[in-house]
Ligand binder design. Structure first.
Ligand SMILES: Cc1cc2nc3c(=O)[nH]c(=O)nc-3n(C[C@H](O)[C@H](O)[C@H](O)COP(=O)(O)O)c2cc1C
Length: 333
């Protein structure tokens, strides 16, 4: 049990692990504050990094922050620190997303011991979004069961799409891309978050080297961050025609559910990484309300769709930049 404040190295490790999480367009919409006296890390939303066009409700922003929170909990477990997490502890302050009190006393409420969390720690640095073609090799049933368990442990549902539902969802991804292309404000917003690494050394956004190859058929279940631009030297390749897609859903659709979805997402992604399964996303249909509701499986689906994940076996994605810790972490005396 910890009774003293964390040393600076451990604190930096915890927050660096948190910020390795995925976020929409790599906007990293989070701020951390550590109170030495309270031994508490506070996670706040950075609404300056919101996407008003594609994410007006802040749902995706909360999912990214939830993923960072899961990494923080995994890192705490790895460092042998008991943690007590509270979501949205101040209803009057919606930017205050969570508090994580470290080194809780034996008589204080804490999370039930979750030995599995520490096991996930090595995957934090190995997980990257892979926008490359995957092979046709199916993800085995045993691994699928682990992924569903990971989501369930965080209060979410995770299910691979059935063959019939897959056809519908591939159509919805293409519909959403058509909507996006017809919406100059959304196109401009996405472009503002892409980075040309020939002319800048970014700390956020999607660097051009992470776009992945161009799909020769224009039908891949990935998001093409190049849009209509030509990226010099970018390969044109064939992607899998029947991708393995899974939907992550939650019973409710409020800020707490989005934070839970983010934690479940990251727990699924880290579990997949440990099993050498690569992942990427195609969340375009989730960003159009009329398409989001029809994403749900008409036969088996329950809850509110939160993330559409592509899984399979293929090249690892590259490391993408993160903001320096000094920009995202404040320490209170
Ligand atoms: C809510 C959310 C939505 C995302 N949507 C997409 C997407 O549609 N397509 C995509 O390629 N990546 C998507 N991503 C992944 C981010 O682009 C990625 O996490 C970010 O660029 C950082 O890269 P990394 O995951 O390799 O660390 C999404 C991530 C989150 C959290």
């Amino acid at each position: 049990m910890l009774t003293e404040a964390l040393d600076d190295t451990t604190l930096a490790d915890l927050v660096a692990d948190a910020t390795a999480a995925p976020s929409m367009h790599n906007a990293q919409p989070w701020l951390f504050r550590y109170g030495r006296c309270s031994r508490t890390i506070t996670l706040r939303a950075d609404f300056e990094r919101a996407m008003p066009e594609a994410d007006p409700s802040g749902r995706s922003l909360h999912i990214g922050c939830g993923a960072a929170l899961l990494n923080l909990r995994v890192s705490a477990a790895h460092h042998g620190l008991d943690a007590a997490t509270a979501l949205l502890p101040e209803p009057s302050d919606p930017a205050l997303l969570a508090t994580v009190r470290l080194g809780v006393r034996a008589d204080e409420p804490r999370e039930p011991a979750d030995g599995v969390l520490a096991v996930l720690h090595p995957a934090i640095k190995d997980r990257h979004t892979s926008r490359y073609p995957f092979s046709g090799q199916p993800v085995p049933d045993g691994v699928r069961a682990h992924l569903a368990d990971a989501a369930r442990a965080e209060g979410a549902d995770f299910a691979f799409l059935t063959p019939i539902h897959l056809e519908t969802v591939l159509g919805l991804i293409r519909d959403a891309e058509g909507y996006d292309r017809g919406d100059p404000a959304r196109e401009a917003e996405q472009q503002r978050w892409t980075r040309n690494t020939r002319s800048e050394a970014p700390v956020d956004g999607i660097p051009d080297y992470a776009f992945g190859p161009h799909d020769a058929t224009e039908r891949a279940a990935t998001r093409d961050f190049a849009g209509t631009r030509v990226v010099p030297g970018r390969a044109r390749v064939l992607f899998e025609s029947r991708p393995q897609l899974a939907l992550l859903s939650t019973p409710g659709d409020h800020a707490t559910d989005w934070l839970r979805a983010g934690q479940a997402l990251e727990r699924v992604l880290l579990t997949a990484t440990l099993h050498q399964v690569s992942t990427s996303f195609a969340t375009q249909p989730l960003e159009w309300p009329d398409l989001r509701w029809v994403l749900r499986d008409p036969v088996f689906g329950t809850g509110h769709p939160q993330m559409l994940i592509r899984l399979g076996y293929g090249p690892n994605g590259p490391c993408t930049p993160r903001r320096p810790l000094n920009d995202v972490l404040t320490i209170e005396p």
